[in-house]
Each structure stands twice: as C-alpha cells, then as structure tokens.
Design a protein around this ligand. Structure first.
Ligand code: FES
Length: 563
C-alpha cells in the first residue's frame, strides 16, 4: 500500500502498517495492484443515496475484474430535503472532506458516488484539488410519478401543486394523493433540476461514462454502468489520467453548452465556477452569457420543457445531446473512457422517434440557452435569470415598485398577510438570504406568490434575491444577486416603494433611485453581526460571493500532485 503514515521510525512504521494490511486480509504483494477508493456516500437520511449499495458492489466487481483492489470509505452525505438550514452551507465541507480523504488515504484512484444536488459538485471540487485519477458515478434519477394520468416530477410538481393548493384550486384530499406520488422510486429528483443538471455536466466535462447521467436508478443499465465505472477507474490509474487532464478550460465550455442546451439548473453556474476555480480556471459569468447566447436550447425537459429524465434516457440522454451539439463542442477533449469526446460520440445514433424530446440544432426549442446574466446598479457583480422557466413572459421586461422582505423569516411571516400592500405588478425583493447572510444561500428565491393574489389568478411575479432557487423551480425569478445584502451589496439598500426595472433581453437590472440617495443609504448601513461558532464561523468569514462560485477564499489551485 502506498502510504507514508509515519510513527517516527520508518522501519517500525512499515512493520505496523503491514500488521494492519494483514488485518484487512491482504498481503504486501496484493498492493502492487491499483488500489481504488470508493467514496461511498450511502445514507439513510440522504434518501437520494439510500439505494446505492448494490451499485457500489457492482463498481467493486468492475474494479476487481480490471485487476484493482476496491476499498470503500465514507464521506459526508447531504440530501436536499432533510438538511438544515440548506445543503449549500455544507457543499464546501463535503468538498473538503472528499479532497482530504482522497489525499490522505493510500489509494491510487477514486470512484465518486454523487446524486443529490450538492454531492456531485462537492465531489468534483474535492477530486479537482486532490487530482488523483477519479471518475464520477451517480445513483440515477427516479422514475416518473403519475397522478390521474398526468406525469408528476419532483420537485417541479411539488411547487406547482402547492401553489394551486394555496390558490384554492386543489383540495386537501388531492394534495395528499399527489404528495404520495411525487417521489415514487429510488433515485434523485427526475426533472432537469440541480441533481440531473450536475450529472449531465459531469458527463459533458468528461468525468462520467457516456450515458451515466440519465439512466434511471431502477434500470439494469445503471448496474452495467457501475461495473464499467469500476473498470474505467483502473484504466485511468494505469494510464495516469488525472482530473486536471480531463477538466480543462475547453471541457468547461462543453459543460456550459450542455447546461444551456438542456435548460439546466441555475445552481450549476455556481458549481461549475467553483470546480473550475479549484483547477486554476477562471470561469466568469460573461463566459456563461457568451455560451448561452450561442447555444440552442434543444432538450425538451422540465421545468422549462415537458419531459423528464426517464423520457430523456430513452431518447438517448446526454450522448444524444452532445452528438447534436457536436459542431459547437471541443471534441478533442479527453474523457474518463481514456478516449476523446469525438471518439465517444462516434457510434451515437440519432433516434427520430424521440425528436420531440431532443430537438435538432436547426429546429431547437429556443434559439439560445436557458440562463441569462443580468447586470446593473442593483447587481454590480451580476445576477442570473432563467428566461425559459418564466411563466408570464411579459415580466421579462418589467418596471415595478419593490415590496421588501429583510430576511427569509420576515418573508415567511408576512407574504400571505391579507394586509400586505402588494399588486401583481409589485416586485418582491428578498434581502439577507445570500451566502453570508442566510448563511449558505438557500433555495428560497422562488418567493411564494401572496395568497390574496393567487386567489385573483396571479401565477407569476417578478422576484429578486441574493439567494438561489431549486433547479426544479420556475417563474420570473432573479437570483444570485452579487454582492449580497449582508456584505453591503445594493440589494440591501432597497426600500419598500422603490422603482426597479428589469430588461432581461438587454441583461439589465436597475434600481431607479438617485446616486445621492443610494450614497446616503450606504453611509447609514452597518454590517449585520453574527454570533456563530465552529464551521458556520469559518463559512461566514471565508465564503466567496455567487459570481465566484461560493467556494472558500482559502482554496487555491495548488501544485498538482505529480502533475
Ligand atoms: Fe436529492 Fe432532489 S432531493 S435531488
């Protein structure tokens, strides 16, 4: 086993390590074989990973078949639904755990087991910094749910039907029946939310085997992929292929184009910036904007389109999208197959029966991508919007007066108050919900429509915040406003009644308040005081803003091990 564990006397150190290798059932010569760590994120609380053990076993079989020794180890496992206050607070902790365990342990390569929203980016961040051979595998999406003949998807329909319930168009009995069908099988959320998006981006980056993103958790294809993943990591070790050889600047372009083509989650913007930063690649919002403008939106997937991951799988999944995008991609990029993207796509056939799910570049769903970048005096360092997920398209060019909520708690207390002074043209502004302010930038950006407006038939309003929204959410929602309120960003200076103007096509977001007045407000602003200890103390002091990926400021690309 290649390890430097030291007890001060090298002879004794070797002697004691040998004793414990034998304790594991191995002799020294066994460890001439590649040792493959399986970063097992099984958790009964993270239900998106609660089914992965048979897949882990299949990965181990693949490793053994290829001549390696698989050794499982645990890391933090975080699931969206049961982590307080938000998983994003712990993405960086999971990335540190992953990096340090890959680095510290005597393994030659590692299989990362992702799935739920933050796990895939956290593991790619950790693997990027550790820079030992690595491959991503996910537990796969859930099958479609169904209610009264209509397809259900978590969690777009969680939000849609809850809104209708609050509006009074869905009964108590119906909402309970729907609730029982929203998460019908093992797997992660089955729309093109953050989990599916980061799986698709992993595949496009070259870090996951072709077809690895879309195969549902329940199909036998996923077990085959698991076994092949085990074989592939041994090959990567033998050929000395590291994450930095695969996740190049051009590979990130491929991932961003894929994000735009599938109408993926806005969260991927933050995650891709963070992963790239670990490798010394400076991804900017401008790069996302440029690639969004030149990438047709071709995958008809919810929340922006009509279909879900199970349908996408049958339509050919990410390989079919990449094949269609080929003229726009860097095809010479290396992938975890040990071959280039071009080689991987050579035998991918188009499936005409599924042209309603994966469109062509010539006849796309929309001519450009699913995420637009906004700037202006309200977002000097940028903000983003998903124009294709907007319900009321006229809100993409809108001027209205602010109704301000100073925190998530304030919003929860007052949003449905019958006395709240709000009209359909108002702009709902949520402050202090960013990386530092909340902390952890929760997915609260899709502010609920006030119930009194829901009952009048209103289903969309312009909403602004310094937080995120789930990749499964929808509406005219401006997110990731930077700098955030808690560090003195202009969003924290907005007051009730201020006029705000959004022009998504021009990419502008302006607070229509005079410079003098803004200067006055800024002078009377003081930073919020926090009383955290431990990890939250560390997080609040070191987390970067959304436009920089929300990683910690002390993570620099370091000299790569042996690279
Ligand atoms: Fe894990 Fe949705 S809760 S992906």
């Amino acid at each position: 086993m290649k390890t430097n564990t030291s007890y001060g006397d090298s002879g004794f150190s070797h002697f004691i390590r040998m004793a414990f290798q034998r304790h594991l059932g191995y002799d020294e010569q066994d460890f001439d074989k590649p040792v493959i760590g399986i970063c097992n994120t099984f958790s009964e609380i993270n239900r998106c990973h609660s089914h992965i053990q048979p897949m882990v076993d299949a990965i181990k079989q693949g490793v053994i078949m290829a001549g390696g020794i698989p050794l499982e180890f645990p890391t933090i496992s975080i699931g969206e639904m049961f982590t307080s206050p938000t998983t994003m607070l712990y993405r960086n902790l999971a990335a540190m755990d992953t990096e340090e365990m890959i680095t510290a342990q005597p393994i030659d390569g590692v299989v990362l087991i992702g799935g739920c929203d933050k796990m895939t980016p956290a593991q790619l961040m950790g693997a990027a910094s550790a820079n030992k051979p690595a491959i991503m595998f996910t537990g796969g999406p859930m099958n479609n749910g169904e209610y009264n003949g209509k397809t259900l998807g978590a969690c777009s329909d969680c939000r849609f039907f809850w809104q209708e319930y609050k509006a009074g168009t869905v009964s108590e009995e119906e909402i309970n029946e729907i609730n029982a069908q929203l998460a019908p099988t093992a797997g992660h959320c089955m729309v093109m939310g953050s989990a599916s998006t980061m799986a698709a981006c992993s595949e496009a980056l070259g870090m996951m085997l072709p077809g690895g993103a879309a195969a549902p958790a329940t199909v036998h294809e996923r077990m085959r992929l698991a076994k092949e993943t085990g074989k592939a990591i041994v090959r990567l070790v033998q050929e000395h292929i590291r994450p930095s050889d695969i996740m190049t600047e051009k590979a990130f372009d491929n991932a961003i184009r894929t994000l735009m083509a599938v109408g993926g989650s806005s969260n991927a913007v933050i995650h891709l910036i963070a992963i790239a930063r670990r490798l010394g690649i400076g991804l900017t919002l401008d790069r996302f904007e440029a690639l969004s403008q030149t990438t047709p939106f071709i995958a008809n997937l919810r929340p922006a389109g009509e279909y879900q991951m199970q349908d996408f799988y049958y339509a050919g999944g990410v390989p079919a999208v990449l094949k269609e995008l080929s003229p726009l991609l860097h095809l010479d990029e290396l992938t975890v197959t040990g071959k280039t993207l071009k080689d991987n796509l050579k035998d991918v056939q188009s499936k005409p029966h599924y042209s309603h799910i994966i469109k062509s570049l010539k006849a796309p769903l929309y001519p450009n991508g699913g995420i637009a970048v906004l700037r202006g005096n309200l977002a000097p360092d940028g903000a983003i919007i998903k124009p294709k997920a907007v319900i009321d398209k006229k809100l993409l060019k809108h001027k209205g007066q602010a109704v301000v909520f100073t925190s998530i708690e304030d919003m929860e207390q007052r949003i449905h108050d019958p006395d709240l002074e709000v009209t359909p043209d108002s702009i709902l502004v949520l402050q202090h919900a960013g990386p530092v302010g909340a902390p952890g930038m929760p997915e609260a950006g899709m502010l609920p429509i006030p119930q009194k407006l829901l009952k009048q038939g209103v289903r969309d309003m312009l909403r602004l915040s310094d937080c995120r929204m789930s990749g499964t959410a929808f509406g005219t929602v401006v997110l990731h406003i930077a700098p955030e309120a808690a560090v003195g960003g202009p969003i924290g200076l907005v007051k009730d009644g201020d006029w705000i103007e959004l022009d998504a096509e021009r990419g502008s977001l302006e607070l229509l308040v005079s410079e003098e007045e803004l200067t006055r407000r800024k002078e009377s602003w003081s930073p919020p005081q926090f009383t955290d200890t431990g990890y939250k103390w560390l997080y609040r002091r070191h987390v970067l803003q959304a436009d920089q990926g929300c990683d910690f400021d002390f993570h620099f690309p370091r000299e790569r091990v042996g690279g």
